[in-house]
Design a protein around this ligand. Structure first.
Ligand code: PNS
Length: 164
């Protein structure tokens, strides 16, 4: 019996409960799920790629999801997806505002390799406003982010902002 596998790419700078909600939903459909953290995102990341991998791995263990693989990548996502022999790319949708960007990415990736489908999961309503950028801003300005990220992620943010 074939094992359905998928890659969930993103910046994960850092991982939030919104991402984790998408991971839980994707795990119901895919036997193998690989979180792929882009090494050089379009925006300058707060955490290095290796820090984001370590933070994500720790958060997934904390959330009872130790079977989800985590890796980082550079270059074209579709090439990584092909190398990993996955059937699908997973992305999360929060609100209407995500749609244009996601539609453009999904169709570009389909053009690059029609064999790999992009599959979207709608986030839980309570996370529809949540973004890594907002979490970083709140924490940087001294606010608590425990309802947005696991404890280990909040600790990593505190260390980063204390270190300056
Ligand atoms: O968390 P993000 O910033 O929404 O993730 C975007 C990401 C990393 C999935 C996308 O920018 C990406 O795949 N980058 C790798 C380069 C690439 O393949 N670009 C073409 C995508 S159509």
């Amino acid at each position: 019996m074939p094992i359905a596998s998928a890659i969930y790419p993103g910046s994960f700078d850092p991982i939030t409960y919104g991402h984790i909600d998408i991971i839980r939903r994707a795990k119901k459909l895919f036997d193998r799920l690989i979180i792929a953290i882009v090494a050089n995102p379009n925006k300058t990341p707060l955490f290095s790629a290796s820090e984001r991998v370590a933070i994500t791995q720790k958060a997934l263990v904390e959330e009872g999801l130790p079977c989800v693989e985590v890796t980082s990548y550079a270059g074209l996502l579709i090439e990584v997806a092909k190398e990993m022999s996955v059937e699908a790319i997973v992305r999360g949708l929060r609100a209407n505002s995500d749609f244009d960007y996601e539609f453009q990415m999904a169709l570009t990736n389909r053009d690059l390799d029609p064999a790999i489908e992009t599959v979207f999961f709608m986030t839980a309503g309570r996370y529809s406003f949540l973004s890594s950028s907002m979490v970083k801003e709140v924490k940087r300005l001294g606010g608590g982010v425990s309802s947005f990220v696991p404890k280990s992620v909040e600790e990593a943010l505190a260390r980063k902002f204390t270190a300056g």
